[in-house]
Write a protein that binds this ligand. Structure first.
Ligand code: IVH
Length: 691
């Protein structure tokens, strides 16, 4: 080994040790500056010797390019949810059930604060991080490896113990825990965004979830998310019988795990733990709304078993939602993408569950009437599950004499157009289809990741495009020129070019995502998918009558009527014609049902290298549509590796494991003529209502 190679190894070891001390022991030995100096030296040496760069080097957390989509990952064993309770009597009933099942055996619990984060599973093979996945529905989640790698408290490879002595590391280790956005880092990030005039995130949990769903790991890398382990999935070999001991072992391997796990010998002790943490929990670096109580012995866990949703050895105690009293000062009105005008309450700032709140949505005017809330009223605000604050009650006894009734706006607060109740009478709507506030929201939605996915079309750019009347219709986006764009604020030549390329690329998202993006009432991602599959192209869909539409499986009369109304109206037809004229594709490529559906049923396939006929996300989607599953790493369970040009180390791994390797031509033959990429891809959020 050359001296540089030696130094690189030494630096990596040292950096890993400091990571361990910082993230697991929470007891750093060196200053940030010293740490940065080591890191910079390593980066410099690696730049001089690119051949020595290893994927698990501390410098390799952010990959080169954005990924194209999220492959699905199956959880085995599944990631179950936990049964909840809000009172201590129920907790004692849980304990009585445990005692009954275990008979005379002594047992104990481990109690921990419940972390309000995003559940994730990390897979280590021979000590190296190979896969990270979200919980998803518990059985299947998303492969978020690229984003998880950016999280500094997630070791890229398992460490040796503190003493530096090697410790038996399992062949396979699936660590389960929560990814969260530490409260401090979240507040800082939001403050910086606010200062830059960008929207702020409402709460750290959702923002962390959103971050993990970003395709570009650079975004995640900027957000200082963190991880804490609280359990495990498959472990081979499993050498201990106590969850508490296992946590200690995880820490020795360098995985941060709960610092506050507490062994309790009885329900009384558990209750004490819960009381102790009722207030202290606000000092934790993450949000927590309860405590998790688990039987410690793994053998006893097996004896207790699980229902289809919850293990019988575990329960979550939730603290009551916090309430605070304040005074309502003002109500403003926000206009949504379908014209819905949502009242928003502004009140004197109050501390609630550890944060200061001063606004809350009042949802609609029915809600205002139900609460009978007036301006100047004393109100009770609650933050249920520490998520979104709600106005829950008026303290009528304290109503001041001059309290004012809140009247629905007679006109739109954004465009002064007529406003009126919608059919159901619940919402007030702006009736002006050209209302700029609506158009902004519609455009934001149209460009959203699950719709037309136009990168860089953020709120600041949308504001400018609409305020300067450069865009009045969706179709106008496609006729923008570089000159028009470079005249805008914060838009250089390079960013204009990138933006135009993103707009151009969005023409090929296919019918399903276009339909989802149009903002037809009640047509969310799922309905759009079904309609696109069924009708195949926009003209067939536009020509369908309400009955024909309602006959489609899962499409009810409400959606059918709304689709009909859209295509029958002059405005809807015009939107479609104009988008067609600028070249937006309106075909559900792949046809109504792919011919070879099921061809890959039950097969796990790994794709590597560049393919000629498909992008990475297209081929993954195709595999999914044909019943298969695409995975990112090769194992014995892999059915075959599809290798394109310049395949990576995955081919080598396949060779070692004796897994079949095929090229693109063989793959096309295997799946027959149904190999067109289809437009039914990413799962979409069903955002059918606005506001
Ligand atoms: S133990 C069978 N411990 O809460 C699952 N879960 O609401 C056993 N969670 O899905 C999980 N903090 O993702 C456990 N200290 C903790 C936890 C915790 C948060 C999550 C977990 C679970 C969810 C249920």
């Amino acid at each position: 080994m050359t001296s540089d190679a030696k130094r690189i190894e030494q630096l990596r070891r040292e950096i890993r040790r400091h990571d361990y001390l910082y993230y697991v022991q929470v007891a750093p030995e060196v200053s940030d500056r010293r740490y940065d100096a080591l890191f910079d030296e390593l980066k410099r040496l690696e730049a001089e010797h690119p051949e020595l760069i290893a994927p698990d080097s501390p410098t390799q957390r952010v990959g080169g390019r954005p990924i194209e989509g999220f492959a699905k990952v199956r959880h085995d064993p599944p990631m179950l949810s936990i049964d909840n309770t809000y009172n201590l009597d129920e907790l004692r009933e849980f304990d009585a059930r445990v005692a009954r099942t275990l008979g005379d055996e002594p047992y104990r619990y481990i109690a921990e604060p419940k972390i309000d984060g995003v559940a994730a599973s990390l897979r280590y093979e021979d000590g190296v991080l190979t896969l990270a996945a979200t919980r998803g529905d518990g059985r299947t989640g998303d492969d978020i490896t690229a984003n998880a790698r950016t999280i500094k408290s997630i070791p890229l490879r398992l460490a040796l113990g503190r003493s530096g002595e090697p410790e038996e590391i399992p062949r396979l280790l699936e660590v389960r825990g929560e990814i969260y956005w530490p409260k401090d880092a979240f507040a800082k990030f939001n403050a910086a965004r606010a200062a830059a005039g960008a929207d702020t995130f409402a709460n750290p949990r959702n923002a962390a979830a959103g971050t993990l769903k970003q395709l570009d790991p650079k975004v995640a890398a900027e957000r200082s998310l963190a991880f804490i382990a609280h359990g495990f999935g498959a472990v081979e070999p499993m050498t201990c019988n106590s969850a508490f001991e296992f946590i200690a072992m995880l820490k020795r391997w360098g995985v941060p795990a709960s610092l506050h796990a507490c062994l309790c010998d009885s329900a009384d002790e558990v209750c004490k733990f819960i009381e102790q943490w009722a207030e202290k929990r606000y000092d934790l670096p993450y949000e927590t709304d309860g405590a998790v109580v688990k039987v410690d012995s793994l053998a006893q866990r097996r004896a207790l078993g699980a229902t289809s949703r919850y293990p019988r050895w575990c329960i979550a105690y939730k603290y009551a939602a916090e309430r605070a009293q304040t005074v309502l000062r003002d109500v403003s009105f926000q206009v949504g993408r379908l014209g819905t005008i949502t009242p928003v309450a502004h009140f004197d700032p109050v501390q609630l569950a550890g944060t200061t709140v001063s606004n809350a949505s009042l949802h609609n005017f029915d809600q205002i009437e139900r609460l009978d809330v007036h301006l100047g009223d004393a109100i009770l605000v609650e933050k249920a599950g520490e998520i979104i604050p709600q106005v829950v009650q008026v303290v009528t006894a304290k109503r001041p004499k001059d309290a004012k009734v809140i009247r629905p706006p007679g006109k739109c607060p954004a465009c002064s157009g007529a406003a009126g109740r919608d059919e159901g009478g619940v919402h007030i709507r702006c009736m002006n289809p050209l209302c700029p506030a609506q158009l902004k929201e519609r455009l934001r939605f149209f460009a959203g990741r699950n719709q037309m996915d136009i990168e860089n079309l953020g709120p600041a750019l949308i504001d400018q495009l609409i305020d300067k009347a450069l865009v009045r219709h969706f179709a106008d986006l496609y006729s923008l020129s570089a000159e028009q764009l470079t005249g805008l604020e914060r838009m250089g030549e390079k960013s204009a070019e990138n933006f135009l390329a993103a707009v151009e690329a969005s023409k090929n998202r296919g019918l399903a995502r276009l339909l989802a993006g149009l903002g037809i009432r009640h047509v969310g991602g799922r309905a759009a998918d079904i309609l696109a599959r069924h009708f195949g192209d926009i003209d067939s869909l536009a020509a369908a009558g309400a009955d024909e539409l309602a006959d489609v499986e899962e499409i009810g009369p409400v959606i059918a009527a709304s689709v009909r109304q859209f295509f029958a109206g002059k405005q809807g037809r015009e939107i479609i014609e104009r988008l067609k004229a600028v070249g937006v594709k309106m075909l559900a490529e792949g046809g109504a049902t792919p011919a070879g559906e099921g061809t890959l049923a039950g097969k796990t396939i790994v794709v590597t290298g560049t393919l000629e006929n498909y992008t990475r996300s297209e081929v993954k989607e195709l595999i999914k549509n044909l019943g298969g599953r695409s995975a990112s790493s090769v194992s014995k369970k892999t059915a075959f590796v599809l290798a394109g040009v310049d395949p990576g180390s995955k081919v080598d791994k396949a060779k070692t494991l004796g897994v079949r390797i095929i090229n693109e031509e063989e793959f096309t033959k295997m799946i027959g003529k149904s190999s067109q990429p289809s437009a039914f891809s990413k799962s979409q959020t069903d955002e059918t209502a606005d506001g």
